[in-house]
Design a binder for this molecule. Structure first.
Ligand code: HEC
Length: 493
């Protein structure tokens, strides 16, 4: 049977050759970063394909189809894995690159392999960037807007690039389609092609091995079975890590994108350093933060094999490069932390209920057909965990009518912020959320006579307790007491 296949395809000897590749210095866990990155990429491709079965790229459907995914446990689990998988992939690419730099494995004859590797890092980051927009929630919209506007800084062709990715004067369906095309077709195709080249060149050059003066005395190991076992073990660990993160910290869908609201976006963690850099430079010098510094950094990275031309790979003789690496890492770390803190500061400066009062008022005065509002910033000091969890429930179930800041939409949907009913008898509020409400009411002098849906069968007691706690204690200017799931259970009787 094997012979039959071998004679027609050559697959058997190909596999044999593949498995018996030499590993200098013997199999080692030091070699697993590349294969673990490859594994994370496969996870992303598999989960990504699955998600396209449910996702619909357009301004009318992007958020709604993402919400559908969030509302179905299995789809949500796959989405969470895709979300954490992207972080894992970036982290692994970065670790892999770090090791190559420390070991000097980019040196001749591996320059092209190195360049392809740097391109892979860039493609992975573009994948992260384009994927960020797709859920089309507040954070996705405003973070991507920052990124899109940055393209204007590119000399000569900036306007053209911006026009291409945004397609139109404002972000909308065409923008989603551009990002979708880049995210699911162009970038993955580039990724797969580059990985294939990277691996083919790797096979040609062989593994670089650890940085020792004379590689000859190194015991030669084999890929099969030792290295393959270690690679598999590492990939398995990566999988466990991704699944655990997805289970314990699934991503969170903000309210649907609404350009009319003020919102402090939060970039993916791997862009925090660039975000920090942008905040650091004054507005009129944005081009430095957006193009010049990152451009120089990328060029230095690409040219590394020609900057560090010595033939030795021993760490002791490459102090300059290692210092350069250390300083770069320190700067990246510092920018990341600084940027994180400044975003948290900005979000905390916005009142717990969401946008500043002025924005909330404007929002209340606007008559809009579809309801969709910002979810209040997620990092606010002095908000109880229950209220924080309630905030998530609120932005998914209530903000579409009552507004993210609880300002409502007079004269159709009453405000919940500054509403005496909400901060009054907690039992009545619970009953309203459980059973809904119809009939004429008056809030702050405006008459409402609409239909508040019943959430009894849609939300758990805990979710209802959390959301009531949130609207009573942390929404806008409300500061009334919390309620517990036991209160909800009692009200149900
Ligand atoms: C489809 C739109 C809609 C959604 C979604 C919605 N509400 Fe309402 N809500 C209303 C309307 C309309 C009223 C006013 C009902 C009336 O006129 O009797 C109302 C009334 C209320 C009231 C009573 C206000 C008062 O002054 O009597 C509370 C409390 C409330 N909603 C909380 C919530 C919470 C919490 C959620 C999310 C779990 C939510 N609502 C989701 C439309 C909505």
């Amino acid at each position: 049977m094997l012979n039959w296949i071998e004679r027609r395809t050559g697959f058997v000897s190909m596999t044999k050759n593949f498995l018996t590749e030499d590993v200098p210095g013997g199999a080692s866990y030091w070699y697993v970063f590349g294969s673990a990155t490859l594994f994370a990429m496969i996870v992303q491709i598999v989960t990504g394909i699955f998600l396209t079965f449910f996702y619909a790229p357009s301004a009318m459907t992007a958020w709604e189809s993402t919400k559908y995914i969030y509302d179905h446990p299995f789809q949500h689990a796959v989405l969470s894995i895709h979300y954490w998988g992207s972080s894992a992939m970036i982290a692994l690419v970065f670790l892999h690159l770090l090791q190559v730099v420390i070991w000097g494995a980019y040196k001749s004859p591996r320059e092209i392999q190195w360049i392809v590797g740097v391109l892979l890092l860039l493609v992975t980051m573009v994948l992260g960037l384009t994927g960020y927009l797709l859920p089309w929630d507040m954070d996705a919209y405003f973070a991507s807007q920052v990124a899109i506007n940055l393209t204007l800084n590119v000399p000569f062709i900036g306007g053209w690039i911006q026009q291409f990715v945004q397609d139109g004067t404002t972000m909308g369906t065409l923008t989603i389609n551009r990002f979708f095309g880049l995210h699911v077709w162009l970038m993955p195709a580039a990724l797969v092609a580059l990985v294939a080249a990277h691996l083919a060149i790797f096979r040609w050059n062989g593994a670089a091995g650890p940085p020792v003066e004379d590689p000859r005395p190194l015991r030669k190991g084999r890929f099969w079975p030792d290295q393959l076992f270690m690679d598999t073990a590492a990939s398995f660990l990566v999988l466990i890590g991704i699944v655990a993160l997805s289970a314990f910290w699934p991503p969170f869908l903000d309210a649907k994108a609404d350009p009319t609201v003020q919102f402090t976006p939060y970039p993916a963690w791997y862009f925090l350093d660039l975000f920090g850099l942008l905040n650091l430079v004054p507005g009129n010098l944005e081009i430095f933060g957006a193009i010049i510094v990152p451009g120089i950094a990328t060029a230095l990275l690409l040219l590394l094999p020609w900057i560090d031309r010595s033939t030795t790979r021993v760490l002791g003789s490459r102090k300059f490069i290692l210092w350069l690496l250390g300083i770069s890492l320190a700067i990246i770390w510092w920018l990341t932390v600084w940027s994180q803190l400044s975003i948290m500061g900005k979000q905390a400066a916005t009142p717990a209920g969401g946008p500043p009062a002025v924005a909330a008022k404007e929002q209340a005065n606007m008559t809009r057909s579809g309801g969709s509002n910002i979810s209040p910033p997620s990092t606010t000091a002095a908000v109880s965990p229950a209220a924080k969890a309630g905030q998530a429930v609120y932005s998914q179930n209530c903000s579409s009518c009552h507004g993210a800041a609880g300002a409502g939409m007079p004269p159709n949907f009453p405000p919940l912020d500054g509403n005496a009913f909400v901060t009054g008898d907690p039992n009545q509020v619970i009953l309203t959320v459980l059973n809904g409400k119809t009939g004429a009411i008056q809030v702050n002098g405006t008459n409402y006579n609409g239909q508040m849906p019943a959430f009894k069968s849609m939300l758990s007691n805990k979710d209802i307790a959390n959301v009531v706690t949130y609207i009573r204690s942390a929404l806008g200017t409300n500061h009334a007491g919390a309620v517990t799931p036991a209160d909800v259970a009692k009200a149900k009787k």
